[in-house]
Design a protein around this ligand. Structure first.
Ligand code: SF4
Length: 482
């Protein structure tokens, strides 16, 4: 057995809930990051189940290998987990794309599957290659750079679009008529026909909620945790966020009874997922039911202004040792400016509650480089962090540069200069040494993300060049011409 086959076999053996179905129409469902990331994606898992539920349709999973260089060296094909069939043999290859930098993973997966990455190359070839379909969270902001690679992009919430796609795949005699039939259909972006102007995202009806895990595995970021969507969307209006209320129809909470009824009796760890879970009006009731049943809990987004003694107490009873929230802007002025509105007092209370409930760590996400930011804002952040560090058992700040996204009020805002971002990080490191841990993405990667977030087809083609040149920053810089 090759090492890759061994890895697949041992991971499969540790899974519960794997689906196996024979059907005429088979999707290779690919995640452009390694297994432990892909299997943590509720959207990926949910699409896997939905495809299996459609009559005459099945899906098998594949992931970006953990060691791409080794796979190239062994000249191995990218294969699916369920049957070990080469991805290139499937009639449809579908990707779920969460972030801009995963675009390189799409190209690498197509290369490893022996499928010409560009749809124009596939169309010009005498042989018929699989149809390449892309969907996922990135479609809410800017899917255009993936356009050169995708035949079809499913925009937004895919639940009600999948049956349409599968029916059209059956009804249309050839690829050209399939694409022409979908171009007028809301929610489908056909890059070869729409060019660089995608249609609006689709919003699924509330009956489709909630998404929940199909497969439980110990080999994910959230080991052996059953994930379920407690709500979808957000009713707040942070100006930098693609999930803000204007992107969908606000927050759509799932009724506690329905949510609890979908959790399998054997699930010992339950993660509640959503953009704004702490805004769910029945969250304490749901958490109490879970922890009273002896389950561990996880919540994907904790808004500091919602953290009170009851909520943090329930999280502590559910096994929480790290309280994670976000401050986002470096100063109150910036937070107010981008409609984030988190107050200093909310953050100080979170730090105190962390200690009261014997948690080990307060972890805060912070954005730097928002428009108009000065060193005075960074100094305010440093002073606040010192105050928090004195109250919390331990403090960790994850600092990320602001990258402007399409479909937000801050679209087209420039990225702060890399040297300026580095200087701000160095200042914070100096001020917080011995008081707080500092983590986060290097500003140079924010530059790549920014170019892709604001880019079009040309940036997508550059991503392919960068991926094939090793995917290091120098390769991206050369390819994007920075
Ligand atoms: S940053 Fe969070 S709270 Fe703000 S709009 Fe986005 S999801 Fe909602």
């Amino acid at each position: 057995m090759t090492p890759f086959r061994e890895i697949r076999a041992s991971r499969l053996a540790d899974e519960t809930g794997t689906l196996n179905k024979q059907a005429d129409l088979a999707f290779a469902l690919c995640y452009p990051s390694p297994y432990h990331v892909g299997m943590s994606s509720l959207g990926f898992q949910s699409i896997y189940r939905s495809l299996h539920a459609l009559p005459g349709c099945t899906a098998e999973r594949a992931f970006l290998p953990d060691d791409v260089t080794e796979m190239h060296r062994l000249s191995e094909d990218l294969c699916t987990y369920e049957s070990g069939r080469p991805v290139g043999d499937f009639p449809v290859v579908a990707f779920s794309l969460a972030s801009e930098l995963e675009l390189a993973g799409v190209v690498t997966c197509l290369d490893l599957a022996g499928i010409p990455a560009l749809h124009a190359e596939r169309a010009a070839h005498a042989r018929t290659f699989p149809l390449v379909v892309v969907g996922g969270p990135l479609t809410f902001s800017n899917p255009v750079p993936v356009g050169p690679f995708a035949d079809i992009i499913v925009m937004g919430e895919a639940e009600e679009l999948l049956p349409i796609l599968v029916n059209r795949l059956r009804d249309q005699p050839d690829r050209e008529s399939l694409l022409k039939s979908l171009v007028q259909q809301p929610g489908f972006y056909i890059p070869s026909l729409h060019a660089e102007t995608p249609p609006a995202v689709a919003i699924a009806s509330d009956d489709c909620l909630p998404a929940y895990s199909q497969i439980i595995t110990p080999h994910t970021e959230l080991a052996s945790m059953f994930l379920i969507e407690a709500e979808r969307g957000c009713s707040r209006g942070c100006a930098y966020c693609v999930m803000r209320r204007s992107a969908g129809s606000g927050m759509r909470p799932v009724a506690p009874g329905r949510l609890l009824s979908l959790i399998p009796a054997e699930a010992r760890r339950v993660g509640l997922v959503g953009a704004a879970v702490t805004d769910h009006p029945a969250l304490p009731e749901i958490l109490r039911a879970l922890v009273d049943a002896g389950r561990q809990v996880g919540v994907s987004s904790l808004r500091a202004d919602r953290l009170d003694d009851e909520l943090v107490g329930l999280l502590a009873r559910g096994g929480y040792r790290t309280l994670t929230s976000a401050a986002d802007g470096a100063s109150q002025r910036l937070r107010d400016q981008v409609d984030r509105h988190t107050q200093v007092e909310d953050l100080l209370r979170a730090a105190r509650l962390c200690r009261v409930h014997s948690m080990a760590l307060l972890k805060l996400y912070v954005l730097i480089g928002l428009p108009g930011e000065t060193m005075a804002d960074i100094d305010e952040l440093a002073r606040l962090a010192l105050e928090l560090a004195a109250l919390a058992p331990k403090l960790s700040l994850t600092v990320s540069p602001f990258v402007s996204k399409r479909n937000t009020p801050l679209d087209h805002q420039p990225l702060d200069d890399i040297a300026s971002l580095e200087a701000k990080l160095a200042f914070l490191r100096r001020k917080l040494r011995g008081h707080a841990r500092l983590a986060g993405d290097a500003p140079k990667w924010a530059w790549v993300e920014h170019r892709l977030a604001q880019g079009g087809f040309a940036e997508g083609v550059a991503a392919a060049q960068a991926a094939r040149a090793g995917g290091g920053f120098a390769a991206w810089k050369r390819a994007l011409g920075g």
